[in-house]
Design a protein around this ligand. Sequence first.
Ligand SMILES: Cc1ncc(COP(=O)(O)O)c(C=O)c1O
Length: 366
Amino acid sequence: MNVPFLDLGAQVRELREEIDDAIARVLSSGWYLLGPELETFEAEWAAYTGSAYSVGLGNGLDALALALRAYGIGPHDEVIVPSNTYIATWLAISQVGATPVPVEPDEATFNINPEKIEAAITSRTKAIMPVHLYGHPADLDPILEIARTHRLRVIEDAAQAHGAEYKGRRIGSHGDAVCWSFYPTKSLGALGDAGAVTTNDPDLARDLRRLRNYGSTKRYVCEVKGYNSRMEELHAAVLRVKLKHLDNWNSRRRGIADRYGRSLSSRNLSLPVEASWARHVYHLYVVRSRSRRALQLHLEHLGIGTIVHYPIPPHEQAAYSDLRMADDSLPVAHSMHTEVLSLPASPHLSDSQCQLVIDAINTFSE
Ligand SMILES: Cc1ncc(COP(=O)(O)O)c(C=O)c1O
């Protein structure tokens, strides 16, 4: 492959010594869960995201589900969610027994369209879950305003938005709870599964710390029916190393996006945009093409890896057949899923690899 979609090994090679040191430190500490590495990472991640609290968890899906659970959202409740997101956002709602109520996205930013939210609110609605998809923040102010008016929680899915900014402020504390994934391919990724919630709500932080540890704050005393979902010391130590490089990596991602934006022919392609109030971190660089399959094959033929994020919208997944939603009931999500294609744009892509992608796309003819 001339240009792999993502080469996680390149990231580790860049930081090999620092990562080895961090791992060695944990190994010799003799302490592997809920220890000093997690505590320090939580403080560093709270500071980075501008939030008062950060609670490290087992993965991003748990971060979403535990935030819902901590706010008492469960059976008979409805949660508003984008129609075009990774399935985990919907699964978190289902895990607590609530019902996802999809709202279509804005065509330009791929994020939930605030103008369509109010029509979806019922007496059972308890929360809105905006997703900052692909690294572009959702338009939070109108969402927060609707939530205030209708007394709803705002639980953000920030799994793809490490370092993104909304109106000059980093994502991390706009809503009641902001949920993170540190899955290895994320812009800040662990060496396995890890997640977190950031918040300014002290009660939420306390409840999440209890929920992640069997519902206990005191050993062998179970106060609520909890889970086992704790970020491991090894992951926290590695994330601390990588966090120091996140801003540089995001700048590099933005540089690649800028170059693509200036050089890719937009004849048959629509390119991602950045709203005037947003700082996009291009976790994914997603274009839209009516000839996606042909374009993907053309690139594959030239040794360029691409991925579709995502091929099937949640309401068309077998898992959600119980909602009985026709495929064409959410036409914006449906058409996005048939047209989106993510190009290689990781910070470790070289300038010459970038040029190969540009040349390959500009020579594509249907
Ligand atoms: C938008 C979104 N939400 C939630 C998740 C779930 O995170 P995790 O894989 O850590 O459970 C992911 C990533 O996988 C994601 O991209």
